[in-house]
Design a protein around this ligand. Sequence first.
Ligand code: PHE
Ligand code: ZN
Length: 879
Amino acid sequence: MRTNQPQTIYLSEYTVPAYLVDHVDLRFELFEDGARVHSTLTIRRNPQGSELAQPLVLDGDSLTLEAVHLNGDELAPDAYEEHDGQLVVANVPEAFTLGVVTWIEPQNNTRLEGLYKSSGMFCTQCEAEGFRCITYYPDRPDVMARFRTRIEADRSAYPVLLSNGNPVEQGALEDGRHFVTWEDPFPKPCYLFALVAGDLVEKRDSFTTVSGRNIDLRMYVEPRNAEKCDFAMDSLKRAMRWDEEVFGREYDLDIFMIVAVDDFNMGAMENKGLNIFNSSCVLASQDTATDAAFQRIEAIVAHEYFHNWSGNRVTCRDWFQLSLKEGFTVFRDARFSEDMGSPTVKRIEDATLLRTAQFAEDAGPMAHPIRPASYMEISNFYTLTIYEKGAEVVRMIYNLLGPAAFREGSDLYFQRHDGQAVTTDDFVQAMEDASGVDLGQFRLWYEQAGTPVLTVSDDFDEARGIYRLTVEQAIPDTPGQTDKKPQHIPFALGLLGAGGESLPLRLSADDEAPQTERVLDLREPTQSFEFHGLSEKPVPSLLRHFSAPVRVNYPWTREQLLFLMSHDPDGFNRWDAGQRLAVDVIQSLIGQPDSAEIEPRLVDAYRHLLNDTDLDQALVAKMLQLPSEAYLVELSESADVPAIHHARERVLNHLAVALRDDLLACYERNQGGGDYQLTPTAIASRSLRNTALAWLLHIDDERGRELANSQFEQADNMTDRLGALRALVNSGFDEDRTRALDAFYERFSDDPQVVELWFSVQASSSKAGQLPQIHRLLEHPAFDWKNPNKVRSVVAVFAGQNLPAFHNPDGSGYNFLAEQVRRLDDSNPQIAARLVTPLTRWRKFAPTYGQQMKAALEGIRDKQSLSRDVYEVVHKSLA
Ligand code: PHE
Ligand code: ZN
């Protein structure tokens, strides 16, 4: 355990590695009480490095060193030093081989970094710095080597032995043991290394690439999951085809493997040729996975596959460049999902996540640019900012260049940097070089943290027919960054006439072929734009398609928002107008007595939506979702959660009561029937009927109760079954709730993913997830502190989605979370640090809440021997 204060690492201090590794030869001897790792590195001095002879410094963590060899000769213990997580060999020649033997204990590895065991199988997780928990190595992504890996294990317990690349040799050993040797022809950083050993079933398929090569596709899962692979396999084939067609990227090895493991800190990992997935992000069947889960699986399978080029063939020079691979790859998977389903809905979902959670991160104590300048623990920087904002920045480049030039830029990037470890600037440079578009000012998006705020005002000169829009941009201060420079913001907009028609946008009086949608380039602190030839003051539709990750303030009246809700030709902005209206109505009720009137036009607008069968039903389904409590908190200055919750509940109840018959009609109209399908239409239909059900049960409607119970019993898919369960759990029908929860658990108790759903339905419910009930969930036999999915489904869901219970005025929710963080810090620091997130936002809340949150953080800070992960988050939050 660490005793001194963790170090801060700075991008500005980057230096090239002193030594390069050309080849890595690994031999793993796997046993029940540990594993012996023999590593032989072929090393040479880096010609780009310093002229002076440098000591060889290798990283290591939790290793027992058994032997060190230089050019085949065992080194005496005084020829090297082992301290502070490093192995230092002072005198080494220009080129040599270094042999290192280490002993590790995967069976005791609860951090789930490096080599560990999950339900009886061995597996690895090396990103970002897990490889150093396996053997001593220069654990940094700019050291790229060819790996050869021999795995030895008991044949009956571990018949399947996998690593990166192609199998080149296998055979029997003494004592019932066997081995397989794998060779990966592509040089890679060690964070992409992977090993799996287990008793797994294999599912096979194949894919023929555009150039006619036949690729062996294999999934490896525990036998009980054999029937849950088809969807991921089909998603993989769709992703492979799509990447060829849209990005010109062909797969490069002869085998592509996916393995599902139950205990995993993140969603999935793009190890070269051997992707390892959290079971919940890959296994699915109609009976056990919701529509949302299917879509998530499709997106994550594609994401990891796409990394083969954006991440593996071209990788990151250092971890400050993480968004190079993650932002670009999220952009790629988002566009894939748009092509596979409803593009507007996908855009709405991404913008919702960004505005709710990334904006909050950008406004909090951990705010950082998509290319951070410093960190203490890199695991803390796998953030919504790096991933989602990073993807939005790539999307802006895509929109600025247009599809054809963007594709040329991407081709140039892959060709220029194939086999290299590069920086985000190399990416932008390739885009600039291929297109000739000046991205000079645009680069500030990589350097400056914080969400830009656009304040828009307008006036209309009736006599001259000129409508003038003035846009001010301001970027708030963030930790360590003040007085920011204005950024280059692509601002898409349209103007609507009183009849709902799209008006021509003439930026000068003689514009002959005016468009009805334009993208304005904002570059200055304040800019004005004049639109000519208008006969009336238009209604502006701003930031269409969410053209930049910014906040927009414009004083729309409720009348105008209602108008945009039903007339905006941009689906995204129709939805956004509805959200803004609902936010405005809810905000105006916060702190008001229950006698305060609720905007009557809101009911009309939602009635219209519920009965609008002409509009894309997928969009309708999204428009019917009220803004979440988390989003309302994000929008407020000094949040009072119980008051926000109460105001939102009032609106929901009011709508449900007024629209009861429309909800029933909507439910009937969307009564499934027929085969379960995953088309946007079918998904929208299920979403609509489950929203109707949820609203009806929210007001304890008797007919709704009957419908929910019968849907729960008869559903032929998890979306409907869980929709009914969720509605019952959140109703006042206590008996139905208990009965449904028990029946659900009994039916699915042997399926961990479904049990996680069962936990999270309760933990997120303000009716069924009060603290005493949460404690009961933690004591449930299916709960397991060692399994991150279980911890997330109860603890993180409670703190992140059950806002009224978490923000109990007595502070019990905060103390509860702090206690769980302290408990997990010793066993799994990565998960512990992530759990802290809700507390880090303490400044956002009204003082009585904020002070108690702060005290809970202090309670974590004062724990003995805090991990570096939690240390960083807690100290930055209290600074
Ligand atoms: N690189 C993985 C991804 O985005 C995420 C990950 C990071 C997984 C760190 C494990 C550990 O796809
Ligand atoms: Zn990724």
